[in-house]
Design a protein around this ligand. Sequence first.
Ligand SMILES: Nc1ncnc2c1ncn2[C@@H]1O[C@H](COP(=O)(O)OP(=O)(O)O)[C@@H](O)[C@H]1O
Ligand SMILES: [Mg+2]
Ligand SMILES: [Zn+2]
Length: 585
Amino acid sequence: MRWSKTLIPTMKETPEGAEVPSHVLMLRAGLVSQLMAGAYTFLPLGVRSLHKAMRIVREEMDAAGAVEVEMPCLTPINLWEQTGRVEAFGDVLIQLSVKRQGKQVRMALGPTHEEPVTDLASRYLTSYRQLPITLYQITHKFRNEERPRFGVLRTSEFLMKDAYSFNDSLESLNASYQAMYDAYCKIFTRCGLDFVPVEAESGPIGGDASHEFMIPATNGEDTVLRCPMCNYGANVEKAAIGLRHNKKSEAEPKEICKIPTPHAGSIEAVSKMLKCKPHQLIKTLIYMVDDQPMAILVRGDHEVNENKIRHVLKASKVELADPATILRVTGAPVGFAGPVGLKEAIPVWADEDIRDMVNVYTGANEADMHLGRVNPGRDFEPTGYGDFRNAAAGDGCPRCTSGILEEVKAIEVGHVFKLGTKYTDALSATFIDTEEKIRPIIMGCYGIGVTRILAGLIEISNDQHGIVWPMSLAPYEVVVTPVNVSDEAMRAASEKLYGELKTLGVEVLYDDRDARAGVKFKDADLIGFPLRVVVGKMLEQGKLELKWRWAESSEELDVTGAAQKIAAMVMEEKRTGAKFAARKR
Ligand SMILES: Nc1ncnc2c1ncn2[C@@H]1O[C@H](COP(=O)(O)OP(=O)(O)O)[C@@H](O)[C@H]1O
Ligand SMILES: [Mg+2]
Ligand SMILES: [Zn+2]
């Protein structure tokens, strides 16, 4: 491709509203263009990289034995109603109503495709002889994200590879799951991503086992806890806590007291007013646990984990109580609840760390009031203790005894779930087993954010000049840059090299623009082509200049036989990714 014949709107300045490197660089390098919040056009260079990511995903899915289908984005609303996911997704589900033959027909744009694919399975997968099978597709997904941001990392419309396995037994499900897990490792490795698979909660999607594939990145929206000793890794919703490293205070319990805290109803406001640290406060939250109000206590610097409440209390529904319920059971508005003197005798569950707290602050169950010098065991006895909070850096590893958990920010690029029969039960997708019994099909589901692969890669692979692409995802493998296109010798040599590289199957962009060399070099670095070939002054000595994007300096190359040599280098790097992997960061 000739630069002058395509569309590459590079930008010098940082675009307004772009905060993270991937967003800034994708806009500046002319890969994408924003249509509206959460919706991006992929421009010619962006499309090329996107197609490469899709091809890698497709090749590994096929190699793992998955079979490609393509389901519509438009889906009938009744499928989502049958599984209860109209409520579960809430505003995230994009619903529409269209008129057909005088009647309103309700639809939803697929945010994922468990429902449509289970509907498909219910029609065609009827016998154990057809199982197991894994179907996959690479299609657009729609989610009305509350806050689309960070460019294509989180958008309302994005490209996802979603796969679904249909199995007749748990062993078979485990095998399908493992095949997808292994395929994901191959995909992300081929994409040049440094990734970690971590244990994850299955959340509203249901089921019991799941892993997320995470790219550690400063701007990641997810938090992962990792053990440097044994490599245990889990996201913050899932991470268990091993040993808690609390030192019990030696202080003598003092007499309880009441302290006015006008308008201070948050941990931050209270600790500021009382000049204490959040860990000297007990945070009391009123939850509806299977529709029963309960108080959950955690230390002020900790976060309540709703999944853990669900596990410890063996509940199915856990949600924060509304202000009216809070007023009723505590006698105070939101922000002043505490375990001492609750108005209603509701169960009080405390996190393990509460046990060791001495002379601490809690809400007083009275507007604008807190209690001081509260002592668990003396002033209140919880119904029970348990693990009710998110793990945090410094907690003991739950897997090995010696490790201390570390917190890492990360970007989720992929997710594998064992679903079980949640959807096949709801949509009656059954099969006849070997004993001629009718049973629900067992499912697994497996997603990859294909657009997110690109943004994730850029997030971890860039420098002050721009993007640094691996050969596998680069929009073009080589850029040929004549220093001066009005110089006939340079122009002719560049044209020839461009033609030969194309013939040899190299993806080459020929910078035929009549622009200053400095401008061309800057653009090439900004976009981040792995290999740049400069046709300049050294041509008189029969030499070209070759530079890997991540290398400090350039190499000389004889013009004679240059195309073959470059093609061989490109093929080698494409095959191994070794130079990219060894780059300095
Ligand atoms: N809004 C989004 N924009 C871009 N990619 C997304 C978005 N939401 C999800 N993805 C990608 O799709 C994959 C599968 O989706 P899923 O696990 O259902 O998403 P989530 O965990 O965000 O609910 C995620 O691992 C992620 O890579
Ligand atoms: Mg997920
Ligand atoms: Zn460990």
